[in-house]
Design a protein around this ligand. Structure first.
Ligand code: CAA
Length: 254
């Protein structure tokens, strides 16, 4: 028997922290990571939705916790809480927390611009900083996956704030990869295209009619189609990947 072909769960023994775990891509990431054997901490600004995700995973080893990624105190409290509960820091972190506040440039207020940058970019920075510090302190190594967006690469009408934040996440990810590689910590970005989530459901129908024909596979993606890659990048199977930006777009805009 060729044992190398036997299927082993990708994330058994891993402890995962997923921000934005209460909905959309974040919830699907929690589900796929739990299926692959990780213990999962689903963290979300909306505590009830994080707890719902944990309940879907149907085992007491998974939990849902409140987290405001824009607040250093809140991120620190979650990092402490994980260590207290599990006796170790999360060794897989997936930064999914993100928002849009779409508006044409001519109408975009500073507040609208900064709100999106605060959650998407500053949030990714804070969670990456505090979780990687905990990994370094415990000498465990680890893997961090940041959800950026294809919009950070190509831009998108009405998304000056979001595109800037997501391009920032990519540059930040490559820097974190360079700094943390020597500590055994990998850091990669995923660039999803248009995925069936509450975020994309908010796009006006007339705009979706323009966007869908640009998708080679002819349809928006499903959250689990992004989550499968997140679980892989988080796992040791991606042991030689760091600083990468991987597109999951159904061929949008190629
Ligand atoms: N792509 C192409 N055309 C767009 C567009 C887009 N993303 N957004 C708007 N337009 C077009 C509109 O169809 C419209 O064209 P017409 O004048 O020919 O009708 C024109 O731009 C002006 O748009 P509105 O009439 O809607 O102008 P508004 O000021 O009332 O609203 C807006 C502007 C808030 C940006 C609104 O158009 C909107 O919500 N657009 C969608 C933006 C979008 O694509 N968001 C993606 C969210 S999903 C996501 O972000 C996930 C990810 O990572 C991919």
């Amino acid at each position: 028997v060729n044992r190398s072909l036997w299927y082993v769960a990708m994330l058994s023994g891993k402890l995962a922290l997923v921000t934005g775990g209460g909905s959309g891509i974040g919830r699907a990431v929690c589900q796929v990571m739990a299926r692959e054997g990780a213990r999962v901490v689903a963290a979300d600004l909306n505590e009830a939705s994080a707890k719902e995700t944990a309940a879907l995973l149907a085992s007491a080893e998974h939990v849902g916790v409140p987290l405001d990624v824009t607040s250093e105190e809140s991120v620190a409290a979650v990092v402490r809480g994980v260590r207290d509960r599990y006796g170790a820091p999360a060794d897989c972190v997936v930064n999914c927390a993100g928002i849009t506040a779409d508006s044409m440039l001519k109408d975009m207020s500073v507040e609208t611009f900064m709100r999106v940058v605060d959650v998407n970019l500053k949030g990714t920075f804070l969670v990456t900083k505090l979780t990687s510090n905990a990994m370094i302190e415990a000498k465990v190594g680890g893997s961090i996956v940041n959800i950026a967006s294809i919009v950070g690469k190509g831009g998108n009408i009405g998304q000056g704030n979001y595109a800037a934040s997501k391009a920032g996440v990519e540059g930040f990810t490559r820097t974190a990869a360079k700094e943390l590689g020597r500590k055994g910590i990998r850091c990669n970005a995923i660039l999803p295209g248009f995925i069936d989530t509450p975020m994309v459901a908010a796009v006006p129908e007339k705009v979706m009619k323009l966007l869908v024909p640009l998708i080679v596979l002819g349809r928006p993606g499903r959250p689990e189609e992004v989550a499968e890659l997140a679980a892989f990048l988080a796992s040791d199977r991606a042991s030689y990947m760091t600083g990468a930006s991987v597109e999951v777009t159904g061929g949008y805009g190629i």
